[in-house]
Design a protein around this ligand. Structure first.
Ligand code: ADP
Ligand code: ZN
Ligand code: ZN
Length: 735
């Protein structure tokens, strides 16, 4: 047999692939790109992906090791999957093996078989109209089930009170037989009719329908409550009618049971779900349902963008501006940007929906690169909320609320409505301080203060998760005179309960809503429509439909106005608009009060008076002046180390390498700008000092070439094994 090696990608950080000898006895035909193999790597056993085979290798023959096993006879990943993974590996300057991990569900990564997703069930063998001689009502009832369905999962039967023995009895009679099978997502009992679209919705649906079957990026910019979801539903319907699959990506927090139900109830085709609330087996099931084409609609969060869909016809990203579409560690990819690449590869349209589009997307729509679709009015009879800035400068506050705000709350409650109080800060108070000596509780591992929590009582660092008991006296001067300063949702809940003793108050944040079930219960309660006050963080802000909330109070929106992050204002405006969008979504008009110390802040006023789009245009002008994204492309090198000087020195070296390379190869017409290294705003986190180096260029290609060249040298730098570092392409967080 002739000599060959197998080229495989392994999930390790190194930017290269690896040559192995085949499993003993395997011939070259046994290996196809996309198969999984097991390989011995250093002291680890890893699952790798075959990329190809070849006759030559640079590895000395006595160093070559054989693969331990070939896990698939047929490739698990297609040529397209591998192509897309290669794109991602190049674009994000990340190891191909690590990238490929995102294509393979956890169980398969651990070496499991595809059949791991199967469940036990029974298959009908006899004709549906057979009339077997059965005795006993239970057995007849069981047979009746099989007359309607040719396959039933065992757990469905037990749920209906049938026993294993009864199934076996039918099997003995040759009516059914036991069989394992991939569960198919259930069909709805009945299908809800679609709504009659208004003109704007109709035009949006028509335009996207017009580009089905080809690549086109489209922005659906529609104010909250304008009926974007209805547009998605009707487009998906068109896609399904053409025999294609639709992929809907939503932010983690937006994947509520109500949303899912809305999609499941509309179609008589199987809908699969992929989100973080599922266990590994359920994820594998959803993945296979999509990959094998059983599921015609896949709804999922960020990582669902990698799911193979043989008949992909349309990708929709709801709330495209949402930060959760960008992964913030490991492979720092943007699911939005990758959705575009994927849509291009599959030659299908991609629809990005938002009331508050990111400036990158808006820019592409304004310059004509994307189709720009607009929904300017709320659907049905709902009217837009009236927004009001309320200055609290030199105003007396009652527990953080201005008097007129409190009376507005009382009025809405008197009318039998619900009030939402928004504060994006959980815990009781952001600070615990000593009145005698000025001490305040700081995290010992971060440059940050500890948040005081009362339920249960403890100090908690929200950056590194460090927790400690609340001291009874000041650790510095031993004075008992220590007190919480400022407000978090716990404290607001307490204070609002005292101010409105007759009204139920519900707090919605990560501490009260830890599980999906808690979430569902709370939302069911809110949907009873009884007057109440909701106090919550951004968990309340996204995508939910609260028909009875008519007043939204935004307590502290000022933090974002002066952020050091150039996206600070953009993100604040998005959040304010999203929260405000919760008011008056049904028949009753809504009010929004924003308490602020900066009532004459020009951009805040622009947002309130003229809306998000007007503000976005103004921010875009600033970005153009400063040549910031979307007018330039950006990448960021970050380093962190327990030793401050080493973290800094690493990036100084990086800067040196980049400069050196640019001097030799840099292009005059696409200059690369370097900014830094500078310490991160929170310089120390979790015991490590953090530095960053920003890289800008007007040309993507030049930026990537520069990074590529630098990366090779950076990986070879000696003396920095204690430094953790990475490249973030198109970083979302620049602090
Ligand atoms: P968005 O996704 O833009 O926030 P939704 O699709 O959730 O908006 O729509 C808001 C409300 O308006 C929902 O209750 C929806 O049923 C209703 N709606 C949407 N389109 C129409 C329509 N064409 N006619 C009547 N009601 C509509
Ligand atoms: Zn003190
Ligand atoms: Zn900390």
């Amino acid at each position: 047999m002739s000599f060959f090696v197998v080229d495989i990608a392994l999930p390790v950080p190194l930017l290269r692939t690896f040559d192995y000898l085949p499993v003993e006895g395997d011939s070259r035909e046994n290996y196809q790109p996309g198969q999984r193999v097991r390989a011995d790597f250093g002291r680890q056993l890893l699952t790798g992906i075959v990329l190809g085979t070849r006759e030559h290798t640079e590895v000395p023959h006595n160093k070559l090791k054989p693969l331990l096993a070939r896990l698939d006879d047929e490739p698990l990943l297609t040529h397209t999957d591998l192509q897309l993974a290669r794109w991602m590996s190049d674009y994000y300057h990340h190891s191909l093996g690590d990238v490929l991990e995102h294509w393979v569900p956890t169980l398969l990564r651990r070496g499991a078989d595809l059949s791991e997703a199967d469940e036990n069930g029974w298959l009908r063998l006899a004709a549906a109209d057979a009339e077997p001689a059965l005795r006993g009502t239970k057995q007849l009832a069981l047979w009746a089930q099989f007359q309607r369905q040719s396959y039933i999962a065992h757990r469905h039967l037990t749920a209906q009170g049938f026993s294993l023995a009864q199934c076996r009895k039918l099997a003995e009679l040759g009516l059914i037989k036991e069989q394992q099978r991939l569960p198919v997502p259930p069909l709805p009992e009945s299908v809800r009719p679609s709504l009659t679209l208004n003109d704007e919705q109709q035009s949006a649906v028509a335009k996207v329908t017009g580009v089905l079957g080809q690549f086109k990026a489209c922005l659906l910019e529609g104010v909250t409550g304008s009926g974007k979801t209805e547009v998605y539903l009707q487009l998906i319907d068109k896609v399904i009618q053409r025999g294609k699959q639709a992929l809907l990506l939503v932010p983690e927090i937006g994947l509520t049971p109500q949303t899912v139900r809305r999609f499941q109830e509309r179609f008589d085709v199987p809908v699969a779900l992929l989100h973080s609330g599922l266990n590994d087996r359920e994820r594998l099931q959803g993945w296979r349902q999509a990959r094998e084409g059983h599921a015609r609609i896949l709804i999922g969060t960020r990582s669902a963008v990698f799911t193979p869909l043989p008949d992909l016809g349309l990708i929709i990203l709801d709330e495209e501006h949402d930060g959760s579409f960008k992964q913030q560690d490991g492979l720092r990819y943007s699911a939005r940007d990758f959705a575009l690449v994927r849509a291009h590869q599959a030659q299908v349209p991609v629809l990005l929906g938002s009331a508050t589009p990111s400036l990158e997307t808006l820019y592409n729509a304004l310059t004509g690169k994307y189709l720009h679709l607009k929904l300017t009015r709320r659907a049905g009879n709902a009217r837009p909320p009236g927004m009001k800035l309320h200055s609290i400068l030199h105003q007396p506050l009652v527990h953080g609320f201005a008097e007129p705000v409190l009376s507005a709350m009382q009025q809405h409650l008197n009318r039998g409505k619900q009030v939402l109080v928004f504060l994006n800060r959980r815990g009781f108070a952001p600070l615990l301080a000593c009145k005698q000596c000025g001490w305040n509780a700081e995290c010992r591992r971060c440059d940050a203060r500890m948040t005081l929590h009362q339920y249960p009582p403890h100090l908690h660092c929200h950056h590194c998760d460090y927790q400690q008991p609340i001291p009874s006296v000041c650790p510095e001067c031993h004075s008992p005179d220590i007190e919480p300063i400022g407000q978090g949702t716990e404290r607001i809940e307490e204070q609002v309960s005292a101010l409105f003793p007759d009204t139920p108050v519900k707090r919605v944040d990560r501490d009260t809503v830890r599980t999906k079930q808690a979430f569902d219960e709370l939302f069911d309660e809110i949907h009873t429509g009884k007057p109440c006050i909701l106090v919550g963080t951004q968990m309340l802000a996204k995508g939910h439909h609260f028909p009875d909330v008519t007043l939204v109070v935004i307590l502290d929106s000022d933090a974002g106005l002066f952020s050091a992050d150039f996206r600070g204002m953009e993100h604040s405006a998005q959040l304010i608009k999203q929260v405000a969008g919760r008011a008056g979504r049904a028949e009753s008009p809504g009010d929004v009060w924003i308490q602020t110390l900066y009532a004459d802040h020009p951009q805040l006023n622009l947002l309130i008076d003229d809306g998000y789009h007007a503000l976005a245009l103004s921010i875009l002008r600033e970005r153009m002046d400063q040549q910031l994204p979307p007018y330039s492309h950006m990448a960021m090198l970050r380093s962190e180390c327990e030793d401050r000087a080493t973290a800094q020195r690493f990036l100084e070296q990086a800067r040196h390498i980049l400069q050196h390379w640019l001097k030799q190869y840099g292009q005059k017409d696409a200059p690369v700008t370097l900014l830094g290294p500078v310490p991160a705003i929170m310089e120390r986190r979790n015991g490590r000092y953090r530095f960053q180096l920003q890289v800008f260029c007007s040309e993507r290609k030049a930026l990537h070439q520069t990074l590529d060249a630098a990366l090779k040298q950076l990986q070879e730098l000696k003396g920095f094994n204690k430094v953790r570092w990475h490249i973030d392409v198109d970083p979302l967080d620049t602090l």
